[in-house]
Ligand binder design. Structure first.
Ligand code: KIV
Ligand code: ZN
Length: 515
């Protein structure tokens, strides 16, 4: 069977999702999981877009050994030099160059003629060849470009040294039939096309990203691009986990194989969802909470008689139902660490110590501590010192059905001073947030608040996600605690701290020029 490479862009196109702001530590955690998942290429970021992105691309490049790590770059010298600077220490470095080729983008965005775009594209590939042997070239907005022009520019960039050619459906406009015809045309028309791998990259504006990607694979592309859980700009990208499972379940039709370890599917999806704060819809294919739930009596009856009646994917195949009890309250730190390693949790010694302490505290409150609980504790930003700044020292809330909810809070400032405030609100969470807002230096406004429980049962951990406009910047934060109000307070402070990190160290992506 023919092999199809999986190109993951969760950390680049996925990170462009509105409201997602990952810390470099978190990006690295996702990168490690993607390596475990078995992707062939991962796009670590856009090194030239900000100092934070540069550091993160560099760190991922230096850590990941089993797949190619690429950085996105526009067709200019600064971007190419910066990407090389970030990735020169990587085991398998690569660059992903792009330039727009549709009449609309060339005229209004780039203000360039077809000839100028060809010259710039060819120059960029030739220049990047001085540093990189793995060069992917993308024709942005390819699906709204003129086909003969596409064929012409592709031939020239291949001659210049490109090794992978990607035709993105940048605005999610094309249909499966048309995308398939586009690849068939390119394969037939471009004389040197056999020298490169062809890649596809789809967005989900019309809900066809996965179908379009599968159509492209059917037409012979060698690489498929996408993100975990389909996160990304606007409606998102093609969901890689859906494509990987579809290729496995329908191998009779597609006749291709991938390197993906499907058993890592759920873990990878959960990690991305928890760290980005982008909740996976319950009914989402493959990874949604209801994807394997049989509700109607007829279906349940059928499944009991023979699973195959209504179940085409075995939950075990994607790593579901492996949520075992980890350890009990008498477990020692050695056994705990061993179990964490088995779960693929990468922590430094001091982080392991902190996680063990949180685990011990949890066993005092919760009878059964599962893999999911440990996973949730690991997501606590303070574990990795992310955004260390304001810290919650003490929280006291009084609530009664006929009383005004009142909070008294002690917070340690980034300078180490302890501040105390009291405040009220129409509910307990509002009282907590009004009080914290009075303790901060800048103006804060809550944009979004979400809460979910980690596992089932009354003793589950609470996970709170907030989006906050603090001092003019929007950032998100999360808090994981046994108590809902404490989780809420921590999430709020986490958002503030991430904002401070971004502005202090330049993690805030600046609006980038088009070329
Ligand atoms: O969707 C798109 O066109 C992209 C390019 C940068 C490849 O993400
Ligand atoms: Zn894209």
């Amino acid at each position: 069977m023919r092999k199809v490479d999986i190109f993951d862009t969760t950390l680049r196109d996925g990170e462009q999702s509105a409201g997602v702001n990952l810390h470099p530590h978190e990006k690295l955690e996702i990168a490690r999981q993607l390596e475990r998942y078995g992707v062939d290429v991962m796009e670590a970021g856009f090194a030239a877009s900000s100092k934070g992105d540069f550091l993160s691309v560099q760190q991922i490049g230096q850590t990941i050994k089993n797949c190619t790590v690429v950085g996105l770059a526009r067709a200019n010298k600064v971007d190419i030099d910066t990407t090389w600077e970030a990735l020169k220490g990587a085991a398998h470095p690569g660059i992903h160059l792009f330039i727009a080729t549709s009449p609309l983008h060339m005229e209004y965005k780039l203000k360039m003629t077809q000839q100028e775009v060809i010259e710039k594209a060819v120059w960029s590939v030739q220049y990047a060849s001085r540093f990189f042997s793995h060069i992917q070239w993308s024709a942005e907005d390819a699906t709204r470009s003129e086909w003969p022009f596409l064929a012409n520019i592709i031939e020239k960039v291949i001659d210049a040294g490109a090794k992978v050619i990607n035709l993105p459906d940048t605005v999610g406009f094309i249909t499966p039939q048309e995308y398939s015809e586009l690849y068939t045309y390119i394969i037939k028309t471009v004389p040197n096309i056999d020298k490169v791998k062809l890649s596809c990259h789809c967005h989900d504006d019309l809900g066809m990203a996965v179908a379009n990607s599968l159509a492209a694979i059917h037409s012979g592309v060698h690489q498929v691009e996408g993100t975990i859980n389909g996160i990304g700009e606007r409606a998102g990208n093609a969901a890689l986990e859906e494509i990987a499972v579809a290729l496995k379940i329908r191998k009779d039709t597609y006749q291709v194989q991938t390197n993906i370890d499907l058993k890592q599917t759920i873990r990878t999806s959960q990690l991305v969802s928890k760290l980005t704060g982008m909740v996976v819809p319950q009914n989402k294919a493959v990874v949604g909470a209801n994807a394997f739930a049989h509700e109607s009596g007829i279906h349940q009856d059928g499944v009991l008689k023979n699973k195959l009646t209504y179940e085409i994917i075995e939950p075990e195949m994607v790593g579901l139902n492996s949520n075992k009890m980890v350890l009990g309250k008498h477990s020692g730190s050695h056994a705990f660490k061993e179990r964490c390693r088995e779960l693929g949790i990468n922590l430094s010694e001091s982080e392991e110590k902190k996680l063990f302490q949180s685990f011990k505290e949890l066993t005092a409150k919760k009878k059964e501590v599962t893999e999911d609980d440990i996973f949730a504790l690991m997501m606590d930003s303070s574990l990795k010192g992310i955004g260390s700044g304001y810290e919650l020292e003490q929280l006291q809330v009084s609530y009664g059905s006929n009383l005004i909810p009142t909070a008294t809070i002690l917070v340690k400032t980034p300078e180490g001073t302890i501040l105390q405030e009291s405040g009220t609100g129409s509910g307990s969470v509002e009282a907590v947030y009004n009080t914290i807002a009075r303790l901060l230096d800048g103006p804060a406004q809550l944009v979004d608040y979400r809460i979910q429980s980690t596992t089932n049962g009354h003793d589950a951990l609470a996970e709170v996600y907030v989006k906050l406009n603090y001092d003019g910047y929007v950032s998100s934060g999360r808090g994981i605690e046994h108590d809902v109000l404490e989780a809420s307070a921590k999430a709020y402070l986490d958002a503030v701290n991430r904002n401070l990190v971004k502005t202090w160290f330049g993690y805030q992506s600046k609006g980038v020029e088009v070329l």
